[in-house]
Design a binder for this molecule. Structure first.
Ligand SMILES: [Zn+2]
Length: 314
């Protein structure tokens, strides 16, 4: 019965979004999603970064107190335009949650790994800080033997890393969140994802943003679903919103997934529907019997998300 159900659904698949599919297969994007899987806190910095995309600042060593470091540096960079620019990029990066030091340290670790694993591109521009004499300098290359004029080694090194185009594209379009959601649902035991085979390669499937015939809402005949899976008798439809999600944002999704459900139920009367919203901030959406709303902003780990979804599928 499950096989037939999947076939019924596949029979109304219309098309994929080719530019989104390209991201799904991009190696760098995949590595980035793997890292995000271990550092979901990083969604916070990514969310604010998309308003002002620019190189990200990484601090080493990675144990530091953000507020303390900020107040020390703030006082000494005011004289130089370039130092100020550099330092302010660092302050701005964390200004939305500057009192959450543990979160900032985790995010910094995430950014450092993104660079060390060649996902982000390093820039040869560094700011060094000596807390002994309270001095900051900008350099274009690093020499381990470099010491501050006062004779001690610099305490902190700040470096810059750029985000590659494909990842920028995924962040701005919000598609990166769909890829993360895909990674999350893959961790749900027994859940089968329904993808669409592309080209001649039968083994190559796309799983995100698939358009289905006859399930549209309003004046649209067809409807798109970000992700669709099947676990036991549950069809799991997932919508991703990389914003502060309101009910208005998900209205169409609720209609489209209902229409799919009604269509499938004609031939498979036992099927049930479960709708999940992956939101950056879903606190305005109250989870009801009709759907589960998650907030990336508030999750402590990817496993917690996996558990939240798994718990409603029984
Ligand atoms: Zn010094």
């Amino acid at each position: 019965m499950r096989e037939e159900l999947v076939e019924t659904i596949k029979s109304i698949q219309l098309k994929i979004d080719t530019s989104k599919a390209a991201l799904e297969f991009d190696k760098k994007v995949q590595s980035f999603i793997e890292l995000l899987n271990n550092y979901p806190e990083a969604w916070d910095v990514i969310f604010h970064w998309k308003e002002h995309p620019k190189p990200l600042v990484i601090v080493e060593p990675t144990h530091f107190d953000f507020v303390k470091l900020k107040s020390e540096i703030l006082n000494i960079v005011s004289g130089s335009h370039y130092l100020r620019e550099f330092a302010y990029s660092f302050f701005e990066q964390y200004e939305e949650f500057e009192h959450e030091n543990e979160k900032i340290k985790k995010i910094n670790e995430f950014l450092k790994k993104s660079r060390d694993e060649n996902i982000f591109e390093p820039k040869s521009e560094y700011m060094l800080y000596c807390s002994q004499c309270g001095k900051t300098v900008l350099v274009n290359r690093l020499d381990e033997k470099d010491k501050c004029n006062c004779g001690t080694s610099y305490d902190f090194k700040f470096s810059l890393a750029s985000v590659p185009n494909k990842i920028v594209e995924g962040i701005i379009s919000g598609h990166l969140l769909e890829l993360y959601a895909l990674r999350v649902v893959k961790m749900i035991e027994g859940l089968r994802l329904i993808g669409m085979e592309i080209g001649d390669e039968k083994e190559k499937s796309v799983y995100t943003s698939i358009e289905y015939a006859g399930i549209g809402v309003g004046d649209k005949a067809n409807g798109e679903l970000d992700l669709l899976g099947l676990k036991n008798d549950f069809l799991v439809a997932i919508e991703c919103k990389f914003n502060e999600t309101t009910y208005d944002d998900i209205k169409d999704f609720l209609g489209v997934s209902d229409n799919l459900f009604f269509k499938v139920r004609e031939s498979h009367p036992n099927v049930k529907m479960c709708k999940v919203i992956f939101s950056y901030n879903g606190s305005k959406l109250r989870s009801t019997n009709a759907f589960l709303a998650t907030s990336l902003k508030n999750i402590s780990s990817t496993n917690q998300l996996v558990k939240e979804i798994r718990d409603i599928l029984h």
